[in-house]
Design a protein around this ligand. Structure first.
Ligand SMILES: *[C@@H]1O[C@H](CO)[C@@H](O)[C@H](O)[C@H]1NC(C)=O
Ligand SMILES: *[C@@H]1O[C@H](CO)[C@@H](O)[C@H](O)[C@H]1NC(C)=O
Length: 296
């Protein structure tokens, strides 16, 4: 009798009370399924390799999106709000990107893709563009050792033909140094746009048809998937796309690839997008996922 009581009290203490806190923080109703889910999220915050209790690696991956795409928005507004230079906003944003990607991989997410610089972003002030290019270079070079120790594969997508020579060098170096890894994949879109991606796929396909390597009848969705720049990834279609800062647009990021993607638009500037915010995004995603069934 006494042991039954103590089991009951332990259950209350260890499971219900922490969940109450999390559920209030994330404003999620505290149903039994949510208790289970929040409990799993909370316990998977710890070490990636050491699974606590009964949550296996497989289970953790099943309830997590495989591929999360992020449109980084709000660095400039963040800097302005704080009375700082635009460059400082981008710097803070870049630091947040690196931290967040690692945290996502720890949660069992396999692919994180970041819309870092679009083909339209060249229209920004020259100083800012130059700063961003040198920041990408610095970031790629300085992070190579940590990508290697965490076994993170790096891919850069977009039209890189006219990027600054030194950035191109850093891109090749980062890709070469991490090409052997499979489970964790960080995709950085630089001079990328969704329309450009579809366009270059069409050109490649037309070229192949012209050279009679393929027949027109061979052209199907699978073939297009293969020609898109996201074919570098095992799961090219994002399950979840997050765009920070409250704008509700895809802005020419993944167009073909996000046909079935769940779209999430938190009203937070990118450098302020912290753990509580992404846990909320993931909880929201898991509810969506459950409602609409699995997608490939
Ligand atoms: C960026 O990509 C666009 C689209 O392909 C291309 O026209 C442009 O020249 C590229 N710019 C640079 C600097 O690479
Ligand atoms: C990539 O950009 C270059 C110019 O920077 C352009 O000549 C080339 O056509 C672009 N590639 C594609 C596939 O659009």
């Amino acid at each position: 009798m006494l042991s039954l009581l103590s089991i009951g009290l332990t259950f209350l203490g260890l499971i219900i009370i922490p969940c109450l806190f999390i559920s209030r923080r994330l404003s999620v109703p505290l149903s039994f399924t949510n208790i289970c889910r929040l409990n799993k999220i909370a316990s998977s915050q710890g070490n990636d390799e050491e699974e606590s209790g009964t949550i296996g690696k497989k289970e953790k991956q099943e309830r997590m999106p495989k591929h999360v795409a992020i449109i980084l928005d709000g660095n400039r507004r963040w800097a302005k709000k704080q009375g700082r230079e635009t460059a400082e906003g981008h710097e803070a944003g870049a630091r947040r990107v690196v931290e967040l990607a690692k945290e996502f991989f720890n949660l069992g997410i396999n692919i994180v893709s970041l819309f870092a610089f679009s083909t339209e972003n060249w229209g920004r002030p020259e100083d800012e563009v130059n700063y961003l290019m040198s920041m990408f270079e610095k970031f790629l070079k300085s992070e190579i050792p940590s990508f290697q120790s965490l076994k993170i594969k790096i891919s850069i997508i977009g039209n890189r033909t006219s990027l600054p020579e030194s950035l191109l060098g850093a891109i090749l170096e980062a890709e070469e140094a991490t090409k052997g890894y499979e489970e964790r994949h960080l995709i950085l879109a630089i001079n990328y746009s969704g329309r450009y991606d579809i366009l270059q796929a069409c050109k490649n396909i037309a070229e192949k048809a012209k050279n009679e390597l393929i027949q027109v009848e061979d052209i199907d969705e699978k073939l297009i998937d293969k020609e898109l720049m996201t074919s570098c990834s095992e799961f090219p279609n994002p399950d979840l796309l997050i765009r920070t800062s409250g704008e509700q647009r895809i802005s020419n990021f993944f167009l073909w690839q996000s046909a079935y993607t769940e779209l999430y638009f938190p009203n937070v500037l990118w450098p302020d997008f912290v753990k509580a915010d992404y846990l909320q995004a993931l909880t929201w995603y898991q509810q969506r996922d459950r409602r609409f069934g699995r997608r490939v």
